[in-house]
Design a protein around this ligand. Structure first.
Ligand SMILES: [Zn+2]
Ligand SMILES: [Zn+2]
Length: 228
């Protein structure tokens, strides 16, 4: 688990920024009640540790790695995010050694799991627990997806998908399962712009933190200039 044992697969550097507790983004994942929706409904899990290479000059998303504490492999962080990160309720395994990669839980997810324990415990212990964990990605998928660049469409799609899912789960599903009364239908229409705004904010947030090429590049050039 020593940080010195990890090496960036792209530049061979070992200078990483560590994203783990108490990093604000990780703390946000643990404490924000809305995240419970991602974990319980969508099955999005976040690894306990993310390493951001400080030597590569790419967008944050392309410099982020999920390290495997069991075998030391470095997996591109892109595979732990986006659409690929869904339906991993129990977490995921390392594609290299098959051991589970430690993930964090949101506190509200844990509370929901605790309260609904009688519902899921029996099927879980009888069936799901014995199933092998899904790997973070499949190796042939890795080859195919690595050269695919991130475009503006990626972020627009991400925001639209987020807003749409939010609209369906927060406004439409409760109405369909409930009485279907008039105020309920009104809330579906009020929910549309709210969800659209939420989706836009999500897409923007993802782009802002993950998609931008860092302004660090300029600092790097200055540093090179002073070395010369
Ligand atoms: Zn690197
Ligand atoms: Zn491993």
């Amino acid at each position: 688990m020593n940080i010195q044992t990890y090496k960036c697969p792209k530049c061979d550097g070992s200078h990483f920024k560590r994203w783990e507790l108490p990093h604000p983004l990780i703390l946000h994942w643990i404490l924000n009640p809305a995240i419970a929706f991602n974990e319980i409904v969508l099955g999005t899990r976040v690894p306990k540790t993310l390493l951001i290479c400080q030597d590569c000059e790419e967008s944050l998303l392309d410099r982020g790695y999920v390290p495997c504490p069991s075998c030391g492999a470095m997996h591109p962080g892109r595979f732990a995010s986006g659409m690929r990160g869904f339906r991993n309720w129990r977490g995921f395994s390392c594609p290299s050694c098959g051991k589970p990669i430690p993930c964090i839980w949101n506190v509200f997810s844990l509370l929901i799991l605790l309260l609904t324990f009688p519902l899921w415990s029996l099927p879980y212990y009888l069936y799901f627990q014995k199933q092998p964990l899904k790997p973070l990605f499949f190796s042939e998928e890795n080859k195919r997806l690595t050269p695919q660049p991130l475009t503006k469409r990626t972020w627009v799609f991400m925001g639209a998908a987020w807003g749409g899912i939010m609209w369906i789960f927060v406004y439409i599903l409760p109405l369909l399962t409930g009485s279907g009364n008039v105020p309920g239908w009104v809330s579906v229409f009020i929910g549309l712009p709210i969800s659209a705004l939420g989706g836009f904010a999500f897409g923007f947030f993802m782009w802002f933190f993950l998609g931008r090429t860092p302004s660090r590049k300029k600092q790097g050039e200055q540093a090179v200039a002073t070395v010369k």
